[in-house]
Design a protein around this ligand. Structure first.
Ligand code: SF4
Length: 433
């Protein structure tokens, strides 16, 4: 079947029109290089070559500590003093490094040159380098570039920049191609497999349109995109990627994000509605997952209900997770801070948040710390840089980066997501007792 039902946005109360405190001050976030840690696991024939400093190399090596035992699919071409002083030609050196790398690793089919603060400061043009190198190594290897620099970005934007750079390489589906569904955003393989089973239970791939995931597991398996492509965002931080897909004619299906039972159900429902899948089929296919997740969540609800949570802006997952904690676990939201608020992509999430939620966008870290200390929440979600000082002050914290490294999407992971919040609270109670 190839027809697509027009998208209709539902209106509801919630935080859709709520005022947002906008702050522009000092920020405490990781840079976009961090995304390499999960992206290199996802695209199995890709390689990420950071063009940066020793600091950049240390950041990704320590973030991906476990990978030192395997042959990693990332590395750093270090810009040293000679490059910075203009004594060496960075482009020649980069070409040499890439040639050596591709000779040694013939399994690489997609090479990302990843820009950093130092490469931007010395104005090294990586897009020209990528097209120059592509000319030499195509068609066996595609060379692309994006920026993971920490100047004005947050760590999840690394994935957005990476995927947006890949969109122009996607095959173009003609206007008369059958309708298809694209799931956009890197998901752990186990989660992707679970969603694949749910979509095929709904009839996608057989009676209905095919479902593809972006990024794919192999760079040689890129999904075609065109005017009959409908896409669901699996992550809330993919503004540039969504814009690039829309420029090819694809249409985003508005939905909350698939976190928790409610978010997952509404996310799947958005696809089912767009492709005309009847409600009896939808209920039958999703019933078991919903029931399992609700049962697993019940024991965490006992520990988390009534607990007060404060979000510092970090991963851009704050609003969907706050919605899950408030509505499915009964937690109270003291402040929900997010680095950027994409109102269009978050519209369904904002409608589901409790109407009096205190929302903030951007950061003035000192002022926000003052608000946090005054509120004395039960748990604080923040970056690593703030977690240790706050723990030393007696607060319980949850590292925001764990929410990105851990599989948390879908029915089967709903209880794991709840447990990420319950565990530090239980540990603190034991320490105090
Ligand atoms: S890209 Fe910038 S912020 Fe990130 S590790 Fe390198 S120097 Fe630091």
């Amino acid at each position: 079947m190839s027809t697509v039902i027009p998208i209709r946005a539902e209106t509801a109360s919630g935080c859709g029109d709520a005022p947002v405190l906008k702050e522009r001050g000092q920020r405490e976030v990781f840079c976009g290089l961090t995304g390499i840690i999960w992206l290199h696991r996802k695209i199995q024939d890709a390689f990420f070559l950071v063009v940066g400093s020793r600091t950049c190399a240390h950041l990704i090596q320590s973030a991906a500590g476990v990978m030192i035992f395997a042959e990693p699919r990332f590395a750093t071409a270090i810009i040293d003093e000679r490059d910075l002083a203009g004594l060496a030609d960075c482009n020649d050196e980069l070409d040499r490094v890439v040639t050596r790398l591709l000779d040694r690793r013939p399994e690489i089919k997609l090479l990302f040159l990843v820009g950093s603060c130092p490469s931007e400061v010395i104005k090294l043009d990586l897009s020209r380098a990528a097209s120059r190198l592509s000319g030499r190594v195509a068609p066996g290897v595609r060379v692309l570039n994006y920026s993971g620099s920490g100047i004005e970005t947050t760590f999840t934007q690394g994935e957005d920049a990476c995927l947006a750079s890949l969109v122009p390489s996607l095959p173009v589906a003609p206007p008369d191609a059958p309708a298809s569904l694209l799931i956009v955003g890197a998901l752990a393989d186990v989660v992707e497999d679970q969603f694949s089973r749910l979509f095929s239970g709904l009839g996608f791939g057989s009676n209905h349109a095919p479902v593809r995931f972006f990024p794919p597991r192999h760079a040689t398996d890129l999904p075609a995109v065109g005017p009959n492509t409908r896409f669901l965002l699996a992550q809330p931080f993919l503004a540039d990627t969504a814009r690039a897909l829309e420029s090819l004619g694809a249409q985003r299906l508005p939905a909350p994000f698939p976190l928790g039972v409610e978010g997952t159900t509404q996310w799947l429902q958005a696809a089912a509605t767009a492709f005309g899948i009847d409600s009896a089929t939808f209920d039958r296919v999703t019933a078991a997952g919903r029931e399992r997740a609700n049962t697993a969540l019940a024991r965490h609800r006992v520990q988390l209900a009534g607990k007060r949570v404060f979000f510092f802006p970090d991963s851009q997952l704050e609003i969907p997770i706050a919605r899950f904690l408030a509505r499915e676990l009964g937690m109270q939201l003291v402040e929900v801070g997010t680095p950027y608020m994409h109102r269009q992509h978050l519209a369904e999430e904002l409608d589901l948040l409790p109407a009096d939620t205190f929302l903030s966008e951007g950061q003035h870290v000192d002022k926000q710390l003052d608000r946090c200390r005054a509120a004395q929440p039960d748990i604080v979600v923040c970056g690593l840089g703030l977690a240790n000082p706050l723990e030393a002050e007696g607060m319980t914290t949850k590292w925001a980066i764990e929410l990105v490294f851990t599989p948390i999407h879908g029915y089967e992971q709903a209880a794991d997501l709840a447990e990420l919040f319950a565990r530090p609270l239980v540990r603190r109670m034991k320490l105090v007792a």
